[in-house]
Ligand binder design. Sequence first.
Ligand SMILES: Cc1ncc(C[n+]2csc(CCOP(=O)(O)OP(=O)(O)O)c2C)c(N)n1
Ligand SMILES: [Mg+2]
Length: 685
Amino acid sequence: MTPEQLDQLSINTIRTLSIDAVQQAKSGHPGTPMALAPLVYTLWNRVMRFDPVDPIWPNRDRFVLSNGHASMLLWSILHLTGTRAVNADYERLGSPSVSLDDIRRFRQLDSKAPGHPEYHWVSGVEATTGPLGQGVATSVGMAIAQKWLADRYNRPGFDVFDYHVYAVCGDGCMMEGVASEAASLAGHLGLDNLCWLYDNNHITIEGNTRITFTEDIAARFLGYGWNVQRIGDANDVDRIEHALQVFRQTAGRPTFIIVDSHIGYGSPHKQDTAAAHGEPLGEEEVRLVKRSYGWPEDAKFLVPDGVREHFTAGVGRRGAEARARWTEVLRGYRAEHPELATEIDLMQRRELPAGWDRNLPVFPADAKGLAGRDASGQVLNVLAQNVPWFLGGSADLAPSNKTLLEYEGAGDFQADSPGGKNLHFGIREHAMAATVNGLALSKVRAFGATFFIFSDYARPAIRLAALMELPSIFIFTHDAMGDGEDGPTHQPVEQLVSLRAVPGLVTLRPGDANEVVEAYRVVMQMRHRPAVLALSRQPLPTLDRTKYAAAAGVARGAYVLADAPGGKPEVLLIASGSELSLAVEAHEQLRVEGVRSRVVSMSSWELFDEQPDEYRDGVLPPEVTARVAVEQGSTLGWERYVGPRGHVIGMKTFGASAPLKELQKKFGFEPDRVVAVARSLLGGR
Ligand SMILES: Cc1ncc(C[n+]2csc(CCOP(=O)(O)OP(=O)(O)O)c2C)c(N)n1
Ligand SMILES: [Mg+2]
């Protein structure tokens, strides 16, 4: 066979595997894999530095399939390249990442060929995609990470990090706002290591894009400051290879390649129609398509002889050589720069360096107190110095969120200063959150910040962080009604409970400055789950820890802060965040009045729920049914802790625009109210 014939055979193998898998599953998206097989083939087999034997080799090129519905492209390529599996402990297993059997069981329970690409489930998947736009936005974080890593770790003669980031996307991704934010940011930052390949097929689910999407997308990306190229024929592999070469030679700006393609390529009745997007072609049409490819019409899941070998000779050989060279480079690097090499090792395993928590502040008791955001700012500035690869920024609210890293040398991340640790996301919360995920996927420890109310704008990526089991950190200040006069547009109500509903995500709403420190201590040690920190805008009294229990209890989600004599309470006061000191005040008042109350500081439901029964029953004794929860957020869900005889002081409406004091009065967040509720639960005592 000629090399051209082998190319074609490999491309048609991707196509027919995709077609057969969708047909067998009776669901999925055949049309786009049929159209993009030549693109993905060329990128992987001719260009990418990826070693199938070690899909987590740190300097590999990254590939993100942002149009995740075309997942069969990825399953085909991971299978044909012989990509190996890796487990959660980063051990290379040697077994295939995606077997032919997995492809036969596309979209079935436990198959390594699920409906959409899932990081952490299938080795070789760089990011979970499916919610359109998220993949491309995440790729911007990966590109930022590469720039930062190169700046910190590369040394003359030692290019430890010089990889590229590729993302394939479709009309859907390009219509989503998150992609626009991310493209704007990438253009501003001049990320010339980033290449998006846009499948310009003019088709989405409802039909031709003439009904929805008619902008001049080339002009749009030129406006963002990207280099724009166009490939007029998605089947022209040489042209594709050339465009990718131009990308690698382009300095100072990201590359956007528009690829004109035909969805359902080769299907006599479905090519160029929405019918090719999201349903099986049908047995008869499958036969006709295979005929048009010159493929045996009745063969199913056929991988012809020579195809696997062709991938081994292409991406397999190139990847192995690149990794061997890199390993050699790292060997020399380890000798000359042992400390930096150790950092790279730790980072790859998501571990922390020795002394990561030294010099964390301890705040003395102070009735006037400190705002959660201010305590957080101090902690961040310590952590970022202790953990070199810990960085992040805010969506234009750093002065308010107190997330600025101000120590000498922290610096700003910009095109001409890629070693800076302060990221400036601009007013782009959607892209910020996805970018933080991209950084976390690159093993950089990253945080993003904004007001808690705008967590709604970051939510899709927060959800994906949880699904991907990434240690992304989301810092949200102005966590309740503390910004009183701004009014209900700025006052979160349902945000806490809705984030608590995200599986795997840890939310923490610390109640004073020392709890903020402990919250960060917990968060930093989480390797595989994201965290949300909800922090106050206004000062909160710093509790006297010689009188009350130590803030280290935060690690267990909830702990007994102040107790009744002999540890025998008759009423429980449970609170988080700004309401903690309120509960303490009520407790002191009740004590004077002879009522035995206990204050439980509950900053994290998730962490508390994970404690053994014994601990939980110790904190919330089942026999004590008089319970009051106080939190400036939706009351929804608190029943599980206060029980049927308890009472929740929380929000059932939006807030209002007024000074905080008046709002506290109006909505009942005052010690007297807590005392009154406690007493009424005790039968009016
Ligand atoms: C955020 C989001 N909204 C909607 C969907 C549902 N959806 C999946 S594919 C698709 C159409 C995508 O069109 P395009 O990107 O052009 O893909 P093509 O059909 O060309 O492969 C839609 C609306 C989704 N996956 N994510
Ligand atoms: Mg399309």
